[in-house]
Design a protein. Structure first.
Length: 329
């Protein structure tokens, strides 16, 4: 995130000239996802034996026809969660899985290789990806870490996502639809024909595979701008991400913060300039008020007493509605 989007002096550099241009996105991504995964793998030295796959990789159309309700329900849930900025693919996958388990007559099979649960999770995950493209292209707000990376690539190539993109680059929207369709077909082909060869990679010993991955992470971080500082940043972020993952924290908010940080900073300062330094318009204007209420409510849901109170209120309201309908029937 650049330290000088509006002001004429460096901020938050802590005396390091290398931080004047901010932390580059590529080293941050390589550290948060690549190096952190290497450290997480090496932290669990027990290697699992890879079982030979003898079943067919082609889907059984009988099962697809049997669980068509699950496919439609999970697709709708995935697209809906994809429309919500910052939610990520995991939300669509887990919500689809929970909905399928609640509606299934074979709940005891979930978690033990249930085809219904597998189809629900994968359909919700894949359906949320096109949904993420809507807020990314129309509002300039990435819905997940991959869409944040895509948004960064678009900005690098001179395409600014947002409402004006439909006017300045109208053909790019149709190109994105074509690329998304082509990507889905490519994933299908790789899934059908790449399963068996990819299983051979899992047979490589970790002591051989992990150093190769670490070397590629180092080269990728350095190649983005040919700066030695980017390697140090990748190492620092990777170690920090590894420690955070061990405590159960997700890495997607970190990536979203790196992408959206400078946009938030510029928008906040512009708003303060327009309001003569007052924060009151952020909570009195209708649209700003709605976003502020939703944000504060979402944060408070992670506070246990507030979450328990919300559950009690929703339970009481739900009980009153059910009793009202019961009386009328």
């Amino acid at each position: 995130m650049p330290s000088w989007p509006i002001c004429a002096y460096n901020r938050f550099t802590f005396g390091w000239d290398e931080l004047a241009g901010g932390i580059a996105l590529i080293p941050a991504l390589v550290g948060a996802f690549g190096l952190a995964e290497v450290l997480s793998t090496l932290a669990h030295p027990v290697e699992r034996k890879i079982v030979e796959m003898r079943d067919s990789v082609l889907p059984r159309f009988r099962e697809i026809a049997q669980y068509w309700r699950t496919v439609l329900r999970s697709g709708l849930i995935g697209v809906t969660t994809g429309l919500l900025p910052g939610v990520g693919e995991d939300a669509g996958s887990w919500m689809s899985y929970a909905a399928a388990k609640a509606a299934s007559k074979e709940k005891e099979k979930f978690g033990k290789g249930s085809v219904d649960g597998l189809m629900a999770a994968e359909t919700g995950d894949m359906a949320s990806i096109p949904g993420h493209m809507i807020p990314t292209l129309a509002l300039g707000i990435p819905g997940s870490a991959p869409s944040a990376v895509l948004m960064a690539a678009m900005i690098i190539h001179g395409i600014q996502p947002g409402p004006m993109m439909l006017i300045e680059h109208p053909r790019f929207v149709y190109q994105m639809v074509a690329m998304t369709t082509l990507a889905s077909l490519t994933i299908l082909l790789f899934g059908l024909f790449g399963v068996r060869p990819l299983l051979l990679i899992l047979k490589v010993r970790r002591s051989v595979l992990m150093p190769i991955v670490f070397l590629l992470c180092t080269v990728g971080a350095f190649a983005s701008a040919s700066r030695l500082f980017d390697i140090y940043a990748m190492l620092a972020i990777g170690i920090g991400a590894f420690l955070l993952r061990r405590r159960g924290y997700e890495m997607a908010p970190l990536v979203l913060g790196l992408v959206l940080g400078h946009l938030i900073d510029k928008s906040l300062r512009r708003g303060l300039v327009l309001s003569d330094g007052s924060v009151v318009p952020f909570f009195t204007r209708p649209i700003s008020l709605v976003f502020a209420v939703v944000t504060i409510f979402t944060i408070l849901l992670y506070v246990p007493p507030f979450k328990a109170a919300v559950k009690r209120v929703t339970g009481a309201v739900g009980g009153a509605v059910r009793s009202l309908f019961a009386r009328r029937t």
